[in-house]
Design a protein around this ligand. Structure first.
Ligand code: SF4
Length: 492
């Protein structure tokens, strides 16, 4: 069986998002941006969820995974297995009209078949319609009579108790009616995509809202290279349509935004800071904030990981599970600064040792400062739910949380160097330029999460030691940054 396919499901989805992406991917793939850490983590999660979903269908036969790329052999194997009466196929391959698709799970249902697309998300998202619709079109035109086509995704209400209950962890959503309705549209898109690939030149498509909808395009580094820093696309809280409206009018830099362009309060602060160097220091509001603080002050930051598959009892899919915290303590505005912290061993449930350490380190009274309070509050709430015996103490900690982000989020304090943002990564260099995340090996939460994952698989003691040191330095830096930011406010 020969295959001369022009499109796969993935390239078809590219063409739905942007025809230029399809063309560049085919003829100049080197221009693609390399996947970043968070994308790598998403791919890994996807693989783990797929592997687990297969366990719902015992005795399945694998067609195309783990082999070198050979679509012809896969097509033949698919046909052979189906002819032999195999009941369940994983990664079965079909081709029609020069489009090749790989179906996650295909299950015999009498004389018909049920198809499943596995997703690691907790709901059916709109772009999945195309994903499944193109597979349906190819299968039904390859002589496969389908009884249903479903998306198998994660049930976010599942709480693990003991062994994983796969029936409860996964939930099934039929897409059959949707994909049947979409078939004419799919056929039109396939023809358009083929026409694009037959063109001699790159389609003339400028950047647009589709560059990150529904997925961030991996040609943004190439297509967006003419957009400078400090562009209208960076304006805080401005609607995407307004940003592209300005761009279409030839206005690219923030400093060129016309005076009469309507801006909401947040965007206005950013734009005026950029254009005229305007700062905001609301002394009264800042004083109120400082006066509300009760010393001794604790500065707390958690590092977490959020696996799709709940690893421990009492966890749900994508729960933020803390594995580390850093805690600075200051007895008074001029008092001494002390530090403590916790970093779990890898491959264990870190929550009980973390709770024990946290409750040893934080005493009453005193406020607990966090940067983005809802995150720390959620971690404490999840811990309290999972460990009722510590719930009242954890709830007490949660009730003492104060958000250090508030003065910046509410614009009591704004400097143009913050570039419209109130994240700690923007506020710290504006207020305390001598402290920089750039000197750290780990400089953001996603990297910390990846580092903790690496700890779980790394065997070289020297590398383990280095990763743990990097994690300690990063988390400690986060709370030290909070201390210095507060001191800066106090100095005003
Ligand atoms: S970056 Fe935007 S314009 Fe360029 S290929 Fe991707 S979606 Fe198309």
């Amino acid at each position: 069986m020969d295959t001369n396919h022009l499109l796969s499901k993935t390239t078809f989805l590219r063409s739905v998002q942007c025809r230029k992406s399809l063309y560049l991917n085919r003829y100049t793939p080197d221009l693609r941006d390399p996947p970043d850490l968070s994308q790598e983590a998403v791919f890994r999660t996807g693989r783990e969820v797929h592997t687990l979903a297969r366990e719902l269908f015992p005795d399945g036969v694998e067609v195309s995974t783990g082999e070198s790329y050979d679509p012809e052999a896969w097509l033949q194997k698919t046909r052979a297995y189906m002819g032999e009466g195999v009941e369940v196929l994983f990664e079965a391959v079909f081709e029609h009209d020069q489009v090749l698709v790989i179906v996650d799970i295909l299950v015999r249902a009498g004389t018909k078949w049920k198809a499943y697309e596995v997703k690691s998300s907790t709901s059916v998202k709109e772009p999945y319609d195309w994903d499944v619709a193109v597979q349906y079109h190819i299968l039904s035109n390859s002589g496969i009579e389908l009884d249903d086509f479903s998306i198998l995704h994660i049930n976010n209400n599942y709480v693990r108790h003991g062994d994983l209950d796969l029936e409860a962890l996964f939930t099934n959503a039929s897409m059959f009616e949707v994909v049947k309705e979409m078939e004419p549209e799919v056929m039109t898109h396939i023809e358009e995509a083929k026409a694009v690939l037959a063109e001699l030149n790159v389609p003339e498509i400028d950047i647009g809202p589709y560059c990150d909808e529904p997925y961030p395009c991996d040609f943004m580094g190439y297509c967006w290279r003419h957009i400078p820093e400090g562009s209208v696309f960076n304006v805080a809280r401005m609607k995407k349509a307004h940003k592209f409206g300005l761009y279409k009018d030839g206005i690219v830099r923030i400093i060129d935004i016309p005076e009469d362009f309507p801006l909401n309060a947040t965007s206005k602060v950013h734009v005026e800071g950029e254009k005229y160097g305007r700062s905001i220091i609301d002394q009264v509001a800042l004083e109120d904030f400082l006066n509300s603080l009760e010393y001794p002050l604790y500065f707390l930051d958690f590092e977490t990981f959020n696996p799709a598959i709940p690893p421990f009892d009492g966890t749900k899919p994508y729960n933020q599970i803390p594995f580390q915290y850093s805690l600075h303590r200051k007895s008074s505005p001029d008092g001494e600064l002390s530090h403590s912290g916790f970093l779990a061993e890898s491959n264990i449930d870190p929550r009980i040792p973390l709770i024990e350490s946290l409750l040893r380190d934080i005493h009453a009274p005193g406020d607990i400062l966090a940067y983005n309070r809802p995150f720390e509050a959620r971690v404490l709430r999840d811990l309290a739910e999972a460990f009722p015996e510590s719930a009242s103490q954890l709830e007490d900690l949660s009730s003492r949380l104060v958000d250090l982000m508030e003065p910046f989020q509410k614009r009591y304090y704004y400097l143009p160097e913050m570039s419209g943002s109130y994240s700690i990564k923007a506020v710290l260099p504006a207020l305390v330029p001598e402290l920089s995340y750039e000197s750290l090996e780990i400089s953001e939460g996603t990297q910390a999460m990846e580092a903790y994952y690496q700890l779980g698989i790394e065997t070289n003691p020297r590398i383990i030691e280095r990763i743990r040191t990097d994690l300690w330095e990063y988390c400690k830096f986060d709370t030290l940054a909070m201390v210095r930011i507060l001191e800066n406010i106090e100095s005003l």
